[in-house]
Design a protein around this ligand. Sequence first.
Ligand code: PLP
Length: 464
Amino acid sequence: MLSGGEAARRTWEDGHLMGTHDPATTTRTAELLARRRAVVPRGVGIFAGEIAMASARGATLVDVDGREWLDLAGGIGVMTAGHSEPTVVAAIQKQAAELQHTCIHVATYEPYVALCEKLTSLLPHGEATKAMLVNSGAEGIENAVKIARQATRRPAILCYEGAFHGRTLLGMTLTAKSSYKTNCGPFAPEVYRLPFPNSYRLARGLGLDDFAARMLDDVRRRFVTGPIPAGHVAAILIEAIQGEGGFVPAPPAYLRGLREICDEHGIKLICDEVQSGFCRTGRWASYDHAGIVPDLSVWAKAMGGGLPIGAVVGRADVMDAAEPGTLGGTYGGNPVACAGSLATIAAMEAGRLNARATDLGARMRARLERIAARCDAVGDVRGLGAMMAMELSEGRNPDRPAREVAAAAVARCREQGVLVLTAGPEGNVIRLLPPLVITDGDLDRGLDVIERAVVEAAGAHAGA
Ligand code: PLP
């Protein structure tokens, strides 16, 4: 058996095939999962099956039993620049040896300032831009809401059906899916939900622009008929392409119209780029595809290359509306995390990962459309760049989500050593989030496995 590190350095291109992941050879996996169950509460859910990883490199993971996996999940969209990218590892090691922590509220250190300089130059929000650093996506959302409320002196936040914004109390309040929130309330006040412009579910034959216009009228109507007048709304919070909600892109015309509505009523537009940001869609920001600029944006996941770091970026005047002491925390923008993030962003630039995402996305889309042509359980193929997904519905009917088919298909993929995740409020979407350093050959092999798995799972379901 290869050691984890040796195996991780070999790719499928070397001719090292994964083979079937036989449960009889999962001794160490079973042992580690048993230890986990004894000490980790079940509320820390397991979403991708009984898997225990030891090491990784690029787009290849190696489990504790020495078996290779192709990673099409990327630690839920985090490992965009690849696992253990050597320049990122070196930067983390160097920073850890120099300065691990002082807290940004106690003393200023260069990596925090350098990362904010990098973020504000990559992600300009109007004439002058500022950034602050946090530990996670949810924490970024919390801070963006605090900033918008201080900037407007208004209480209400509008969010969306299908949204996911994290697991803090406010994050859960803003999140739609009830299974993430079971018995966790009471939730935060002054949060109101709008229907997300999901064209697959709601357009009912309307063209994309007409559909966007109808959904924008609906937002305006709600300011008049309830539940909340525009003058009470601090911010509208939207994912330009929903992540956990099933990789649903908002029509560009909708995002442009929302920007206008916000400008008309003095409402701050907050874009949550936690899952879609940093090259995933072929741009640094997914809102860029619609040609809009939000007042505030929230980032995490891929920007840290696996380290716990996130950011709120925004127009300087809006960011500076927050009073000293109301933002921050002990660890936000820790020097080691900043060094890892700066090296990750440098690796994204050196590897031209935005262009790579566009190419990989075209490759994924072509294959998913081929699967859809073969299999009438695939109701929709959609996404932006390398944030691609297919929604499984019985007979392609948007009102009949095929959750069991999606679950059976990803289980079949796991048996073949391909790690892939579901998404969507009904769990019937198969989403692809590979590291963007994946080779064409590895991606094709992963897509071969997915194609077989979906066709077989749909066939078994139809025959059941
Ligand atoms: N926002 C979006 C769009 C996300 O996808 C997530 C996590 O999946 C979050 C916020 C929360 O991020 P974190 O898990 O880092 O708190």
